[in-house]
Design a protein around this ligand. Structure first.
Ligand code: SF4
Length: 504
């Protein structure tokens, strides 16, 4: 869909308006001028001064206005040009979304929001002391979010504050993410740093050498500064792709290097691929008191697993789940994905029925997203996926099923190019929620990433400003440079947790 945008000279509008157009049409292309070849033309009249913003939008068909929208908003005090533009951009988006909704007949339940973390917006309002009713009304008026989604956000936030009552005051602790970039094989939809492990023992050995080094250095720094760790999460890749002995040494390192490991609120190890789980590895997890793991079926339909390149069987998932249970794992998460190729309501209903037989402590329901770098996106024509209405139906099924089986939603995030413009939701039995997931979504504290492809997110304990820092994605570059990356992280941490940030 080619859309010609008239009346907005500032190029900064192009990206947000393209993202919104993509909610309605596949691969929209925006031209910020008159364009003969355009399928749609939208004309704006924008006025903004110190006091107010006013936007009029007209969607034209053959030069006739077929949908119109007028939106006025008071200008809020701002400290920078960036903040001022954000208000104008939101007002323009408001008018733009309204005409596109009218024109297509599609209501976007998340309104103008295209970001990853909608709940953060509500948290912020709560932290600012805005009464809930007012906060909800603002979300509705300013962002056009529907009541259904506002209710979901509130439900999630209530749960998060029950599980982590001190969520708003954990900025002087940190969480740790450890990235292990290996998997038995690479799945078709995957864009994580994940390398097929077979035949790479040399590379695994040197990678683990680097990771141990990072853990020692960062651990020593945390101990020296007296900074506590809230949660640790081993992800990747599949952290259980390495051998039981390698896992054992890694956790031994964690206990030796990190401060007060027994006081860490939660340690999770992704054991996503059932084909990596063995009695020996489960015994190692148990030995080090790690009992929150994730075993991810994604689907209980064998043909689907084959189509997406997950070389394991449905039976194997079920068997490994029982094995993990009998080995004493008492907090198991399972992931399902809505909208995998060839799957519709029937297959998803089957997945839920199978989940019912297992009843894991938590269930994360993802909606398939076409990430740019994945094999699936590169060969999109090969994969037949459900349309937005069926995806929504499956999402509703997940919502009803979890509610009627005692699960509560406790975190959510959205992605670009997600089917049906929906969301990923983590459901859990009450008090079995993953605290790390809450930390990563709500961005209330620094998360230090160690290992391959691990991103660190540094959050200034005073200003809340976020700085991203990523370790190299491939093992070779990591092995060549982990020392420099560790030094760099310590430098950033020094600045953040220095005098200005030290506890009063
Ligand atoms: S198991 Fe997970 S990390 Fe590994 S290739 Fe598949 S999706 Fe990627």
């Amino acid at each position: 869909m080619r859309i010609s945008i008239l009346g907005l000279e500032d190029e900064r509008f192009k990206r947000p308006l393209t993202l919104i157009a993509n909610l309605f049409f596949e691969e929209s292309q925006l031209v910020m001028s008159v364009d003969e070849a355009a399928d749609l033309q939208i004309k704006f009249v924008l006025q903004a001064d110190e006091a107010a913003i006013s936007v009029a939008a007209e969607l034209l068909d053959q030069n006739e206005a077929v949908c119109v929208s007028d939106y006025q908003k008071e200008m809020q005090p701002f400290e920078s040009e960036k903040e001022r533009f954000k208000q104008i951009k939101n007002a323009v988006s408001h008018a733009y979304l309204t005409v596109l909704q009218d024109f297509t007949g599609i209501t976007q339940k998340w309104g103008i929001l295209t970001g990853v973390r909608p709940t953060k917006l509500l948290h912020k309002k709560i932290q600012e002391g805005i009464p809930l009713e007012t906060a909800h009304q603002e979300l509705k008026d300013d962002y056009l979010i529907t009541d259904e989604k506002i209710e979901l956000m509130q439900q999630i936030i209530d749960r998060q504050l029950t599980v982590v009552p001190d969520l708003y005051s954990l900025e002087r602790e940190v969480s740790i993410y450890i990235g292990i970039p290996f998997c038995p094989t690479k799945c078709a939809y995957c864009t994580f740093p994940a390398y097929a492990i077979n035949g790479r023992q040399g590379s695994v050995d040197s990678f683990l050498g680097g990771l141990h080094y990072e853990m020692r250095k960062i651990g020593a720094w945390l101990k020296e500064k007296g900074i506590k760790i809230t949660t640790v999460y081993y992800g990747g890749g599949t952290p259980t792709s390495i051998t039981a002995e390698e896992m054992d040494m890694l956790y031994e390192e964690m206990y030796a290097s990190f401060p007060d490991v027994s006081e860490i609120r939660e340690i999770t190890v992704e054991a996503g691929r059932p084909d990596t789980i063995s009695p020996e590895k489960l015994a190692v997890l148990k030995k080090w008191n790690i009992d929150r793991i994730s075993i991810n079926p994604q689907s209980y339909t064998q043909e689907t697993l084959k189509a997406i390149g997950r070389h394991h069987t449905v039976e194997e998932t079920i068997d490994k789940y029982h094995l993990a249970r009998s080995a004493g794992m008492n907090n198991i998460n399972m992931d399902l994905i809505i909208g995998l190729p060839g799957e519709g309501v029937a297959e998803f209903t089957h997945s839920l029925a199978e989940t019912e037989k297992l009843m894991p402590e938590s269930l994360t329901v993802h909606t398939l997203s076409f990430k740019r770098a994945s094999e699936m996106t590169k060969n999109r024509d090969k994969y037949k996926v459900a349309d937005r209405f069926e995806v929504e139906q499956m999402m509703n099924l997940a919502q009803d099923w979890t509610a009627s089986h005692g699960y509560v939603p406790y975190y959510l995030y959205r992605q670009k190019n997600i089917l049906g413009n929906l969301e990923n939701v983590g459901y859990s039995m009450p008090n079995q929620e993953s605290i790390y997931n809450i930390m990563i979504m709500e961005e209330q504290q620094t998360i230090i990433g160690l290992g391959c492809g691990a991103s660190s997110k540094f959050i200034d304990p005073v200003s809340g400003k976020i700085t991203h820092f990523a370790n190299p994605k491939d093992p070779k570059s990591y092995n060549d440079s982990f020392e420099a990356y560790t030094d760099e992280k310590i430098k950033i941490l020094e600045e953040l947790f220095s005098e200005k940030g030290s506890p009063a």
